[in-house]
Design a protein around this ligand. Structure first.
Ligand code: FAD
Length: 306
């Protein structure tokens, strides 16, 4: 269970970011093999040494991945002083099942949930929500609030919903309507999907504020060292990686030099979003610690640094 000496609740810490500096957090996913599990436990130990404000753990709707998500969250609770945030999706569960899963997390000592809709399984289009299920993340936020009014709830935000070229009179994109609905249902902060240009974040936050969203919006950042990973991410997320970024990384054939170039580019991106007022930094770690820790060190943001 989280003791009284545990780190500050995330909404309070985000509110204090202007005085205390940006929050730092890491995202992990449930390992798919015994080797992946062993390497994840080692990565968690190294990431925890950086004293992040929280570590979040993604959630897959299938039964096995669901159990592994819970095991990773429990590992963070039992082996570190870091606050875990359990992701939860509603896409494939009836309410009774969601209640059981949420109550399981709470019984383990979890006090923070990232409430998501999730993506329909491949081939399940057009998707229909389960009978007696929830169809939107905003409904999951309200559902969780009913189960435990004290749970801190974060949600997803999607900067790529904005058109590449600003259109002054365009109607609000579905994601911004969704974000406002999540705020109205009781969400306390949002974390963005990946983006590669500070302007995507700046434009999205401005559009969210104009749409009546005043939630803290934490930028989700992927370390920029590995062009093959960035290309895979582009395929999965549909968020285009700028050609100039890939060209710069591809131009370095020596791995150390490529890492150094990626580190500089990543540090530049983070500095720009912090300059734009971002209250924190959420790093997509891909279950590895080195690149994320290097980025924090480069930016002077590692609290645990000697
Ligand atoms: P919602 O907020 O329900 O929005 C989904 C879409 O529904 C919107 O874009 C919009 O088109 C429509 N919509 C919803 N409400 C309204 C409204 N009021 N008016 C009009 N249109 C509306 N997926 C996983 O499966 N597991 C994870 O652990 C996971 N973690 C994630 C973590 C982060 C930080 C992010 C950014 C994403 C994560 N995802 C995860 C992916 C996420 O589940 C998908 O992006 C999914 O497609 C949308 O989820 P959502 O919570 O934003 O859904």
């Amino acid at each position: 269970m989280i003791a009284d000496s545990s780190p500050a609740p995330i909404p309070a810490r985000l509110a204090a970011a202007p005085e205390q500096g940006p929050t730092v957090s890491f995202e992990l996913f449930p390992p798919r093999s015994a080797a992946g599990e062993a390497s994840l436990w080692a990565a968690i130990a190294r990431l925890a040494e950086a004293a992040p404000d929280f570590i979040s753990v993604t959630y897959g709707a299938s039964g096995s991945s669901r159990d592994t998500s819970r095991a990773v969250v429990r590992h963070v609770l039992e082996h570190t002083q870091v606050r875990p945030v359990a992701h939860l999706t509603c896409i494939a569960s009836e309410r009774s099942e969601l209640r059981t899963i949420a109550e399981g997390f709470l019984a383990d000592g979890v006090r923070d949930v990232l409430a998501l809709r999730g993506d329909p399984p491949a081939g399940a289009e057009p998707w229909v929500p389960p009978v007696d299920g929830l169809s939107r993340a905003s409904e999951l936020v309200a559902f969780l609030r009913e189960i435990d009014p004290a749970v801190a709830i974060g949600v997803a935000a999607t900067p790529s919903c904005l058109p590449a070229v600003p259109e002054p009179d365009a109607p609000l994109c579905g994601d911004l309507l969704a974000l406002r609905a999540k705020q109205d249902a009781g969400a306390q902060y949002a974390i963005t999907q990946v983006f590669f240009e500070a302007d995507s974040y700046r434009r999205y936050v401005a559009a969210a504020r104009a749409a009546g969203v005043d939630l803290p919006i934490i930028p989700g950042i992927v370390p920029l060292e590995d062009p093959a990973r960035l290309r895979r991410l582009q395929e999965i997320s549909g968020v285009p990686v700028p050609g100039a970024l890939l060209d710069r990384l591809d131009s370095e054939t020596d791995e150390q030099r490529r890492r150094a170039a990626g580190l500089e580019l990543g540090a530049e991106l983070v500095s720009e979003v912090l300059e734009a007022g971002a209250p924190g930094l959420h790093l997509y770690t891909f279950n590895q610690s080195r690149a994320s820790i290097a980025l924090l060190d480069r930016l002077g943001l590692r609290s645990g640094a000697a």
